[in-house]
Design a protein around this ligand. Structure first.
Ligand SMILES: [Zn+2]
Length: 939
């Protein structure tokens, strides 16, 4: 037998079949860094319209987890795809650097500021620690293939940024949104600081609950108001509380104006008493206290009790009755003990009646020296002592314990208290901020759309934002207040600018060293505020300190903010409020949110559950591109399921794409586009289809990318690789590529189409499979550019001419016919009637229309069906053994070919052996081996 292998054009490439991503990706990263990939992209994008995705800064502490990866990879896919869509899309990553977690960490390392070390040293250590964390996180983000200005990220602790945060504060103060208030705020007694709403989380806590009787100052006055003198014993209003420690601060009782109350005759400690409780809660009250109701003496509305006076259970203190909207019938007695120091609603209702706070607790939650009975006691421990005192005074009607959901500090996990302290607030209504913010929300595109309801609900109910903290590692509130009046110095803006200039030079320490007399003449009457800013303010004003200030961004508002869906209460909101306060508008045009990573069963990922996986583990086992493909192919609008099994499936999908690319590259071996590529008009019809099809897929992909529909992007690419290419086009053209003459029209036509397909595909996958795309890039024949990432979508594709008869509709039918024949062949193979498809001869029984369609392919129908013979026949003549297909107008019969197999192309044809010089070959192969070469027209 002659070996004809040398006469075939077999595929050949060095582009590896296996991704081997864990090994290959780090090499590519190093190349990207050496070649300055990000700078190259910037240079290539110069002059294009801008698309600015402004990075929400992660906190500079702790290792990265898969949630970080989702966030950064989604951003990267958007930024890169915007580049391919023709934008200049710079990406400046940021870090949030101040705040309690770093302060806590540094405390464990060197001790408390002002105690073990001086403040300056402490802050320097915090800065150093934050830098070390940033280095680790940055390496992790870069390993994910995320492009950006990694050498010059924005850090909220950069001197320039600190200065601009201070300037932003000055602007907000100048616009009248800032107020100083003495107000109950969530207070961490462990941290010794106020907390933002976003820092509060709820956990179950066991609390005491007690019913306490407040006796009337004058029974007859209360009875007169009620309009009854029936019964006997002292008249007492009963309150119920789960925070006995607030009783020393009890200043009033609130009742509901519209609620119905009763005066009940009962007996306590063998003495008759007349108790006031809400009618609807009487039954549960009696059950809880074990008291017996012997008569209901009167019914009356809450309004009659207004301004009646009771007495404190253990202090000689008048306790007036107030009408409060916050009183409900959910639990308790309908009479609510009211302590303005320890509750927002209490504070509000007392404010209405001119009752002020008394400030009984210090920063650490310890009762001050002037608090009778409890001076020096800690709030966490005082409950039993309070209860004992109430009992001793004979005013305790019940005591018990209950488990309820209670506010805790998200960092220290300790219970929070409300504590009234002097704080700086961004007022939601002093200058109509709430209203303006609500209106700004409507001008933003929220992806997914429910994001709008969510942020509207939160901003609509938002209390004033307390922005002051009593910490060391934070941007200072650089206010100067009068020692006596507490009022801000009238030259506030001048002072702020002077301080900002100093901070630009040497960081926040400049504030503490700042000599006031260098700016103002009356410095001796004023003092510098020692508070720091809530870290949410730092990141919240990045639209000013970064977006508007960084040269490569310099755009306000940003085109997009993108974070996890918890940021409706966090960064999206803090950014909105500060931007509206400063500029009267939202800082973003679009806000995209993503869900959280959960395991396959929907549980949160965590180390303790054993379902977690570190990013590094993923890189080592699967590679960053597989992780990126998982992110892209998972619906980010809800929870995102993640597991090893899911990644393994994602790897399969990755391989399909890689193999398709490899097939294209390996069959372009020796193809030089400048020399060998044909014009579109010279191509075979099927090859023109491939280019037309690629163009329409590219158009759809550009649209999907532009609308952040990455799941569909992946599906479409996968569909293209598996069905359009693998299952149809490439399957058919293999024969031509391998057996036609090297430089024949038949082969060059196919290669030209494949070249264009490859050029397009490498761009489509680049935003997602960044490593693989750039690995593939130099394998494209004639490549003279260093990276795919400076490109836009491939411009070398063209659609069918309008008058083309073998157009996309035509080939869509052919594709269905091929699928139909494939199905029948597969069944015949399963039944061992035939072997490979070239051992088969098929007859296609077609209706008239299909018959006419397929007739156009002539003898090339057998190449489309990949059989040794394909004959057309009338559907009416279909024999009983023909098989139906999904096309109603097509049935197919299969027989095993009895003809001799060509030793070169494996087709079984009548003319094998007709040529004496090549007895093992078919006529077509003889033509290709020793003559001018076969002619192809369509496929
Ligand atoms: Zn042959």
């Amino acid at each position: 037998m002659t070996d004809y292998k040398a006469t075939l054009n077999l595929p050949q490439t060095d582009f590896p079949m296996r991704g081997d991503l864990a090994k290959r990706e780090p090499v590519m990263l190093a190349n990207w860094e050496t070649n300055g990939i990000y700078q190259q992209i910037r240079a290539a994008s110069l002059g294009r319209p801008k698309f600015i995705l402004h990075d929400g800064p992660p906190y500079a502490n702790g290792p990265l987890h898969i949630g970080h990866a989702v966030n950064k990879i989604l951003k990267d896919i958007i930024v890169k795809s915007k580049g391919f869509n023709g934008y200049d899309a710079p990406y400046v990553p940021g870090w949030d650097c101040h705040g309690l977690p770093i302060e806590h960490k540094v405390e464990t390392m060197i001790g408390r500021a002002g105690d073990k070390v001086d403040f300056k040293t402490f802050r320097a250590k915090c800065r150093e620690y934050a830098h070390s964390q940033i280095d680790v996180q940055r390496a992790g983000f870069q390993r994910m293939g995320v492009f950006g200005s990694w050498e010059q990220p924005y850090l909220t602790m950069n001197f320039q940024t600190e200065a601009d945060i201070i300037r932003a504060l000055g602007k907000i103060a100048a616009s009248g949104h800032l107020v100083r208030g003495f107000k109950p705020v969530y207070w961490s007694v462990v941290g010794g600081s106020a907390l933002a709403e976003a820092e509060v989380e709820y956990h179950d806590k066991v609390s005491f609950n007690v019913d306490v009787a407040y006796g009337a100052r004058d029974d007859s006055k209360v009875l007169a108001a009620i309009g009854s003198s029936a019964g006997e014993g002292p008249v007492q209003a009963v309150i119920w509380t789960t925070t006995p420690w607030t009783l020393p601060s009890s200043l009033a009782i609130s009742v509901g104006a519209e609620l119905d109350y009763v005066l009940v005759q009962s007996t306590h400690q063998d003495q008759p008493v007349r108790l006031i409780v809400a009618e609807a809660l009487l039954e549960s009250f009696l059950a809880r206290t074990g008291l017996v109701e012997s008569a209901i003496l009167a019914h009356f509305p809450g309004t009659v009790l207004e301004q009646q006076v009771f007495t404190h259970p253990f202090y000689d203190r008048d306790i007036p009755v107030l009408l409060g909207d916050h009183v409900t019938l959910d639990a308790g007695t309908g009479c609510v003990h009211t302590a303005p120091d320890h509750g927002v609603e209490d504070f509000v209702v007392c404010g209405r009646y001119g009752i002020e706070t008394i400030n009984p607790l210090d920063d650490k939650g310890v009762f001050r020296a002037n608090v009778e009975h409890f001076a020096g006691e800690h709030v966490y421990k005082v409950d039993p002592k309070v209860i004992a005192l109430v009992k001793e005074r004979g005013q305790l009607l019940s005591e018990g314990k209950l488990t309820h959901s209670y506010a805790h500090c998200w960092r220290t996990k300790t219970p929070l208290i409300y504590r009234a302290t002097p704080q700086w607030f961004i007022s939601m209504d002093a200058q109509g901020l709430q209203e303006q913010a609500m209106s700004a929300i409507k001008g933003v595109r929220w992806v997914p759309a429910w994001g709008q309801n969510r942020i509207e609900a939160m901003v609509g109910q938002s209390p004033d934002w307390c922005i002051s903290r009593q910490r060391t590692w934070g941007t200072p509130i650089t206010f100067v207040v009068h020692k006596e009046t507490g009022l801000l110095h009238p030259q506030l803006q001048e002072i702020i600018e002077a301080v900002a200039l100093a901070v630009e030079q040497s960081g926040m320490d400049a504030w503490y060293d700042f000599d006031l007399s260098s700016v103002i003449d009356d410095a001796d009457q004023y003092e510098k505020t020692q508070d720091t800013l809530d870290v949410w303010f730092d990141s919240g004003v990045s639209h000013y300190s970064v977006l508007s200030k960084r040269e490569e961004l310099a755009q306000y508002p940003a085109d997009m903010y993108l974070e996890g869906s918890d940021q409706h209460r966090g960064w999206f909101q803090s950014s909105l409020k500060t931007a509206v306060a400063m500029n009267g508008s939202a800082p973003y045009k679009q806000v995209l949110t993503h869900g959280f990573v959960v395991d396959e069963k929907g549980y949160k990922m965590s180390k303790s559950l054993g379902n977690g996986m570190e990013p590094q583990e993923v890189f080592n086992q699967f590679g960053a591109d597989v992780l990126r493909l998982w992110v892209a192919s998972t619906d980010y609008s809800g929870d995102m399921a993640f597991s090893k099994a899911i990644l393994t499936r994602t790897s399969d999908s990755y391989r399909r794409i890689r193999n398709t690319a490899r097939f294209l590259v390996s069959n372009l071996n020796g193809f030089e586009p400048a020399r060998d590529a044909l014009g579109v008009d010279d191509l075979l019809a099927l090859d023109r289809w491939a280019i037309d099809r690629t163009l329409s897929v590219q158009t759809e992909l550009a649209h999907l990318y532009d609308n952040y529909q990455f799941v569909q992007v992946v599906q479409k690419i996968h569909h293209f690789c598996a069905l359009d290419m693998g299952g149809f086009y490439l399957d058919i053209i293999k024969d031509r590529l391998y057996t036609a003459q090297e430089n024949s029209l038949a082969r060059r036509s196919a290669q030209t189409a494949m070249y264009h397909v490859l050029q397009a595909m490498v761009r489509w996958i680049a935003p997602i499979l960044s490593f693989t795309a750039d690995e593939l890039w130099p394998y494209i024949p004639g490549q003279d550019k260093t990276t795919v990432f400076t490109e836009t979508w491939y411009p070398g594709l063209s659609a069918f001419a309008a008058d083309e008869t073998m157009n996309s509709d035509y080939w869509a039918i052919v594709q269905q016919v091929k699928d139909g024949v494939n199905g029948v062949l597969e069944q015949a193979r399963n039944e061992a009637k035939v072997g490979g498809s070239l051992t088969a001869e098929v007859t296609l029984y077609c209706d008239a229309e299909l018959h006419a369609t397929l007739l156009q392919l002539g003898d090339e129908l057998r190449f489309v069906t990949l059989t040794s013979a394909a004959t057309l026949a009338d559907l009416a003549t279909t024999p009983s053994d023909a098989m139906p297909t999904e096309l109603t107008g097509l049935k197919v019969s299969v027989v095993k070919s009895t003809l001799t197999k060509c030793g070169r192309c494996w087709h079984q044809t009548e003319d094998v052996g007709n040529h004496a010089a090549h007895p093992e070959l078919c006529g077509r192969c003889v033509e290709n081996v020793s003559a001018a070469g076969e002619q192809r027209h369509f496929a």
